[in-house]
Design a protein around this ligand. Sequence first.
Ligand code: HEC
Ligand code: HEC
Ligand code: HEC
Ligand code: HEC
Ligand code: HEC
Length: 189
Amino acid sequence: MKKSVLDYTLKIRLPLALFVVALTFIITFYASRTERDGIGYEPEQPINFSHKLHAGQMDIDCQYCHTGVEKSRHALVPSVNICMNCHTLAAKDKPEIIKLTEYYETGRPIPWKRVHKVPEYAYFNHSVHVNKGIDCADCHGDVRQMDVVKQAHGWTMTACLDCHRNPHENISGLEKVKNGPTNCAACHR
Ligand code: HEC
Ligand code: HEC
Ligand code: HEC
Ligand code: HEC
Ligand code: HEC
């Protein structure tokens, strides 16, 4: 091989190839991030329900709709009946409320898309966390400002353990709080 050709390969083509490889890596890294840890996941919902309007502006308590948070493992998403406490009258001529009323009258559950989900093999329980005074916002972000609910934190094992090891850095407004468990059996029962 002539020297000039080798030179060209080493000085131009090799760095260029490395640059492309690095760039591809960076792009895939960020593009797949949401899939990997769920941050920012914001599925479109069957009805245009806004937390910003209901929980923010109207200041309806979270527990009015999410009745399980203090009592059980699951927070629960409200049934249409709870919506109809107001929407038999409120905005009943609006298209989204007509849709809502159809679900109510046909008895079909609204197919809300799940935003947060830890896998079945891991154990999470709302009541133990909420009853210790941990605010919804520490884990879900400021839902009162969200028109569409969006994941504020990832729910990998590392994310759970991060708070269990350093609760003070992750929990707002609590003077005293015990560390969470870090033994495998606590979360893998
Ligand atoms: C008027 C009823 C109502 C009130 C009040 C309400 N929510 Fe919701 N919430 C819903 C409904 C309906 C859904 C499912 C549709 C959606 O995701 O927007 C939901 C979904 C959620 C989700 C996502 C659930 C998932 O699939 O992972 C979170 C988190 C949440 N709410 C937190 C809150 C918090 C925190 C408050 C109080 C600041 C609150 N909600 C107040 C009705 C309500
Ligand atoms: C405590 C009463 C109350 C409850 C409970 C309630 N809403 Fe509402 N909702 C309202 C009021 C008031 C408005 C604003 C109406 C207006 O703008 O005139 C509204 C507005 C809406 C709108 C926007 C309508 C539009 O296009 O202007 C949607 C969609 C909606 N609600 C869905 C729901 C769903 C779904 C639930 C149950 C998970 C629910 N609401 C529970 C009182 C309530
Ligand atoms: C310590 C963190 C943490 C706190 C505090 C917390 N959540 Fe959650 N939330 C989660 C996790 C993790 C999931 C996913 C759970 C699963 O897949 O079983 C979830 C799921 C949900 C869901 C989906 C439905 C369900 O039952 O799983 C709703 C609704 C919800 N949270 C509302 C709330 C509300 C309202 C509060 C405050 C009263 C709250 N959460 C406090 C971490 C938290
Ligand atoms: C605070 C709760 C918690 C503790 C403690 C915990 N885990 Fe997990 N673990 C989780 C959650 C949540 C997931 C699922 C999310 C994920 O894949 O990161 C998980 C996932 C896993 C997985 C599957 C990982 C994967 O990539 O598919 C393994 C294996 C695992 N844990 C082993 C362990 C072992 C071993 C210990 C003890 C040293 C332990 N865990 C302690 C919460 C916990
Ligand atoms: C924002 C902080 C925070 C996050 C995030 C968090 N935890 Fe916890 N968790 C705690 C604290 C604090 C305790 C201990 C409360 C006590 O015993 O005083 C706890 C306790 C627990 C317990 C023990 C419950 C019992 O029955 O005694 C389990 C299991 C658990 N967490 C699982 C999880 C899993 C799984 C995740 C992730 C999906 C998670 N936690 C995320 C703060 C957190």
